[in-house]
Design a binder for this molecule. Structure first.
Ligand SMILES: *Cc1c(COP(=O)(O)O)cnc(C)c1O
Length: 946
């Protein structure tokens, strides 16, 4: 009998003790301990005492929601939320309350998954199309993607995009000296392994001599100056180079944007559009390009297409560029991006509209001018006379005392060096702040000269009705509700996406993220302002060390892909530090997630694919052969554990040993850690480094495709190569991989709260329940859809792959048909065609209760019966409820010319079935049509009327 549990774990874990007994009986193992022994290889399984094992005894005992929140409040109270005038890409912003409550605090938005099933994701796809339109309009570019991880990484992606898109084969890339220091640091990290040579220069003096493939500048610069870059862009083009410009979107409401000056790409952040600074993130970065480079864009791109009834519908466009398909030839390794924050930024623009944004920009600019004038009147030298929001003051020898003076008034200014102070204004700046800042410079007398005008933008922007219609709170509230009603998120249904671990995102975990004591911190604020945040970060590092068995953890990477990059970089730098320059081969099993190969290429490694056996396991003979062949050049293997096939491979220790023996390092992709916590530790069974996805195993919600956190754990010998940061020198010396030292710090309280509330016993039980439920589904569905791979004892890990290929061959019904038909039954589809084409991968997680799991199984079984009717010739293969799925309400009215009834279309289990009906917003979407007719911003209203 399974033990009864109470506390938070009983609310996080779906099946209660009786349900677990039923599940374990169905699998035929009886108890959790027998389950662990049957599923997990004895060579890695660690023993447990009183339900706590595998390092989890180092975690504090579980507390309930209220106690955890009280502890978080105490940590929050240690922080000082000063008025931030540091700038450098992070600005205070006033998030409209209607957006806080209805997006950031609304599970309909934050628990959604990446919109790979577009028919049930039209709401967030429309919001992202608004984001793309907003970015394209404000930057004057033609195509913008639907978010990047942050500004610094967006700059780095712009650099590599220019290299791919341009014809100039020079390895040199010119960077203006007045770019944000953290952006320069990331460019430097990214350039080195790719053999790109960065040349820093003051571009107001002209371009440097010699060849270069690209140029990167910023508008306004880090010093605040506003430069007209048109001559520089023209020069660069004449010399065969392409140009990327970092553009502040608020400034672009006043200043002629780089797109109109001929720039090839624009990048930046949308943070100041309503997204709190949060000690560094998460925020949506952006990247926009000239139309001719759209196929080179990294990240996701939403496009317009049509559905089966010819109606307008949105879906992800040009997916053939992505790592999922192109692997080492992809445009980038980005997978999880920043959807939730992109939605906030887009809605902020919708709510304010063009005039509202412009008024904010004018106010911000006015405050900056008032500061400049006030300082000049006191005899303080103002370095630049053209600026938007940031004033650069020269105070020889006095900078430190000025900054300290302002700090006494609770204002943080930017200390640049002994002689210079930067002052950045934002939406939250008041006349009082202006007066205080000027006073902080002390007494003096001088004369003022006129400042230069910057407002020279004449082109219109944000004229589409998405930015004019929702200007009252009532209209915005209803718009947000109407959009989220089109989508299936975790608040409506289980989301059984294999590899994605869509588990509960508990309200108590989410509450702290909108607290000002976490949200209001600037990432470069003095450490004394953030003791509570830093202590939370250190707790979390310690806990993840305990859970993974590694020696050190870095929380800087903003997604799993970035963790992969950071981890491989540590491996690269380790080899280089030992004089092993030639170790550049990275072995990757054929089943690996696409990000693995894409990340390896970004650190300059060469990918060698290792075959998988018939049963899905890594082919150890092929592995040994490849290790042998490349022994002297072997850098690493990247292996996912348990495998992407949802199986605990028994030979994992042998695999790790074979690579180690040849001098290689082992990267264990930890995306599937939900099957290991409390049972086995990658840092103990052979891994040298792993990334974890806090947005999978550790409850950070998916947000419709981000945010995420992809921390890495490393063993001691790699610790010195962990990510560093220009503003926090005590971090590692591995180079910055994110713009902020601790990445997306403001969502770390979610994971902190989860671990704190579960305790070691709760976490282990969660893992065992997730494994039990996956095996239960495998048992229930195997006779209807054969389970493709199992390990020893015919067990799967925390997910299972259902093989539809034989059925497709027999009946013509495809995996797409089944996925779309599930929407008619009110379910989100499982992962489709990953890691094996023509299959579905199901992951229930521990959070789904038995009733929901059974309902899912029954829907799948009912679908199997429908497939049989197609197979029996009762319904033609091109006209049946599966091929017609999903069915909208609108398609049921009027004429009906199908061989199946309207009832079967919309209510396959009958109109009295207990599950609430979900009405998909559109019918099956024609993706290819949209790729042929690429439209990636809001179409004019009349565009689809014909
Ligand atoms: C999700 C996943 C990744 C990528 O993580 P992101 O956070 O989306 O970048 C990498 N590997 C595997 C096996 C995954 O499931």
């Amino acid at each position: 009998m399974a033990d009864q549990i109470d506390g938070f774990a009983a609310r996080h874990i779906g099946p209660d003790a009786d349900a677990i007994d039923h599940i374990l009986d169905t699998i035929g193992v009886g108890t959790f301990d027998k389950l662990a022994a049957a599923a997990v290889p004895a060579s890695i399984l660690e023993p447990a005492t009183d339900g706590v094992g595998a390092g989890l005894d180092a975690l504090p005992a579980a507390v309930g929601e209220h106690e955890a929140l009280a502890q978080l409040r105490a940590l929050a109270a240690q922080n000082t939320v000063a008025t931030s005038m540091i700038g450098l890409g992070y600005y205070d912003t006033l998030t409209p309350p209607v957006l806080v409550r209805n997006i950031l605090e609304n599970p309909a938005w934050y628990t959604a998954y990446t919109p790979y099933q577009p028919e049930i994701s039209q709401g967030r796809l429309e919001a992202l199309l608004n984001f793309q339109t907003m970015v394209a309009d404000l930057t004057g570019m033609e195509v913008a993607n639907s978010s990047m991880l942050d500004e610094g990484t967006a700059a780095a992606e712009a650099m590599t995009l220019l290299r791919r898109a341009g014809k100039n084969k020079s390895p040199r890339f010119v960077v203006d000296a007045d770019v944000f220091p953290q952006t320069k640091a990331i460019l430097d990290t990214r350039a080195t392994p790719l053999g790109i040579e960065l040349v820093e220069a003051d571009l107001t003096e002209g371009l440097p001599d010699g060849e270069f493939f690209g140029v990167l500048a910023q508008l306004p610069g880090a010093s605040g100056r506003v430069v007209d870059w048109s001559a520089m862009i023209g020069d660069a083009h004449e010399r065969g180079a392409l140009v990327a410009v970092g553009a502040d979107l608020l400034a672009m409401t006043l200043i002629t944007p780089p797109g109109e000056l001929g720039a090839d790409a624009c990048f930046g952040t949308t943070q100041r559009f309503g997204v709190p600074m949060g000690f560094g993130g998460p925020h949506a970065g952006y990247l926009a390009v000239h139309g001719k480079h759209s196929r080179q864009l990294p990240g996701r791109l939403v496009g317009v297409s049509v559905d089966a009834d010819g109606k307008r519908a949105y879906r992800l466009a040009l997916q053939t560029r992505e790592q999922h398909i192109r692997r080492e030839k992809a445009t980038s390794n980005i997978c999880t991006a920043q959807v939730l924050l992109a939605v906030v930024a887009a809605m902020y623009a919708s709510y304010h509209g063009a005039e509202g944004l412009k008024a904010i920009a004018q106010r911000v600019h006015g405050h900056a001018r008032a500061i400049a004038e006030g300082l000049e009147a006191k005899g303080v030298e103002i370095v630049h006379r053209r600026f938007f929001d940031t004033v650069l003051a020269r105070v020889p020898g006095r900078a430190r005392s000025v900054v300290d003076g302002a700090k006494a008034w609770n204002i943080n200014l930017r200390l640049i060096d002994a002689d210079h102070v930067g002052i950045a204004c934002d939406e939250a700046t008041t006349a009082q702040h202006v007066g205080t800042v000027v006073a902080a410079f002390g007494p003096g007398l001088g004369s003022t000269a006129p400042l230069e005008e910057i407002a020279d933008r004449t082109s219109p922007y944000l004229q589409h009705e998405a930015f004019t219609r929702y200007r009252t709170e009532t209209a915005m509230l209803r718009y947000l509700r109407a959009l989220s009603d089109k989508d299936i998120a975790l608040d409506r249904s289980m989301i059984p996406l294999g590899s994605c671990t869509m588990k509960l995102n508990a309200t108590a975990e989410m509450e702290p993220i909108t607290w000002p004591e976490f949200g209001g911190l600037h990432p470069f604020a003095p450490g004394e302002d953030a003791p509570g945040m830093l202590s939370l970060i250190h707790d979390l590092e310690d806990w993840l060390v305990a859970i993974t068995g590694y020696d050190r953890v870095s929380l800087q990477p903003n997604a799993g892909s970035q963790g992969e990059y950071a981890g491989l970089l540590a491996i690269r730098n380790y080899h280089l530090s030992r004089g092993d320059e030639h170790r550049t081969i990275c072995l990757i099993p054929s089943s690996a997630h696409g990000t693995n190969a894409a990340s390896a290429v970004m650190v300059g490694m060469k990918v060698v694919v290792v075959a998988c056996r018939e049963n899905g396991d890594v082919d150890v003979d092929d592995l040994r052969a490849k290790v042998g062949k490349h022994a002297g050049e072997l850098a690493a293997i990247m292996i996912t554990y348990p495998s992407t096939h949802g199986v605990y491979e028994h030979e994992i220790r042998e695999i790790c040993a074979a690579v180690h023996d040849a001098g290689g390092q082992v990267y264990v992709d930890g995306a599937n850690l939900n099957a290991l916590v409390g049972l086995a530790r990658p840092g103990r069974f052979g891994g040298d480094v792993s990334h974890l996805n806090l947005h999978k195993t550790f409850c950070i919600p998916h947000g419709g495709g981000g945010p995420g956190v992809g921390p890495i754990g490393v063993r001691e010998h790699l610790a010195e190569f962990l990510p560093g940061h220009p503003f926090v020198p005590e971090l590692g010396k591995g180079g910055a991989v994110s713009a902020a030292p601790y990445g997306s710090a403001s969502i770390l309280p979610i994971t902190w709260a989860y671990i704190r509330m579960m305790g070691g016993d709760g976490l282990r039980r969660a893992t065992l329940t997730a494994i039990a439920s996956a095996n239960y589904i495998a048992r229930r569905l195997d006779e209807h859809f054969p389970v493709l791979y199992t390990g020893e004892n015919a067990m799967v890990a925390h997910e299972c792959i259902l093989d539809l290929r034989p059925l497709t061959k027999e009946t013509g019904v495809t995996v797409d048909d089944v996925a779309k038909r599930l929407a008619d039954y009110g379910f989100h589809a499982p992962t489709m065609s990953f890691p094996v084409a023509g299959t579905l991968m199901v992951e229930p997680t521990e959070s789904e209760d038995l009733a929901e799991i059974d309902a899912f199984c029954e829907a799948m079984i009912a679908i199997r019966r429908e497939i049989d009717r197609v197979g029996a010739g009762e319904w033609p293969v091109d006209d049946n409820p599966l091929r017609g799925a999903p069915h909208t309400a609108a398609c049921l009215v009027g004429e009906w010319e199908h061989p199946y009834s309207r009832e079967i279309a919309a209510y396959p289990l009958g109109v009295d079935a207990p599950r609430p009906k979900v009405w998909p917003a559109v019918r099956r979407i024609d993706g290819a049509y949209g790729d042929r007719n690429l439209v990636c911003s809001c179409p004019p209203l009349e565009a689809f009327s014909e």
